[in-house]
Design a protein. Structure first.
Length: 230
């Protein structure tokens, strides 16, 4: 049902905005998503895929090789940090990645693919133009936490242009200095934290990635409701 709603939204979005290419995203596995007691949505900038037309959820789980491996290995790690914790997983196998990605959703602000480096001005222009559709997509998921990947720019675009102004709280900081604010979705009673975090594609060592993993685990401890996540 939720995947059907997604597809209807994406078809309408592409047609009404006149896009000749469109990279859909969203929920990887509807049944597993529905089973989650705590739901996590990652928001990213855009896919590095000019003129692409594809279902990115399906494409990513098929384990295509390329620059995506680092991005999605780190997203899988961060999902584990939020939902299960434990020690930093240095090696992420295909089955590990599938296991963790199948439990989350993700949203690219720009559904039309770009190049290897996103242009902040263009990204903001697309987000402003597509704000009603992005807002509708996020409302479909009504997550318990939103992680913005790309430092301040992604979270700022959500705050300034996408989310309803009357649902937003002032910015705050976690104990380790990560900016966040709260928003609300009609389907949820509790306010939802929206956190500004690192971009997962950054070239770095496992020492850095492990630090990020620990920071994400601490964010979950601070901002997520205390539930049995899995």
């Amino acid at each position: 049902m939720l995947k059907e709603q997604e597809q209807q939204l994406f078809q309408r979005w592409k047609k009404e905005q006149g896009y000749t290419s469109f990279l859909s995203d969203g929920i990887f596995d509807e049944s597993l998503w529905e089973q989650q007691s705590v739901k996590v949505t990652f928001v990213l900038k855009e896919a590095n895929w000019e003129n692409g037309n594809a279902d990115l959820c399906q494409w990513l789980l098929e384990e295509h090789k390329g620059s995506y491996w680092k991005t999605w290995n780190n997203i899988a790690r961060w999902t584990q940090a939020l939902l299960a914790g434990g020690e930093y997983p240095r090696y992420v196998s295909k089955s590990d990645k599938t296991y963790w990605l199948s439990r989350v959703s993700f949203v690219n602000l720009k559904k039309v693919g770009g190049g290897c480096q996103a242009d902040g001005k263009v990204l903001r222009e697309f987000a402003v133009k597509d704000a009603p559709y992005l807002r509708e997509q996020l409302s479909l998921y009504a997550p318990d936490i939103v992680i913005c990947c790309g430092w301040w720019v992604v979270a700022d675009i959500l705050y300034q242009h996408v989310l309803s102004k009357d649902t937003l709280t002032p910015w705050e900081k976690t104990s380790h200095g990560f900016d966040y604010f709260y928003t609300r979705f009609e389907e949820k009673e509790a306010p939802v934290p929206v956190v500004s975090f690192y971009h997962p594609q950054r070239i770095a060592s496992h020492t850095v990635f492990e630090e990020w993993y620990d920071r994400m685990r601490e964010i979950g401890g601070e901002l997520l409701p205390k539930k049995n996540f899995l």
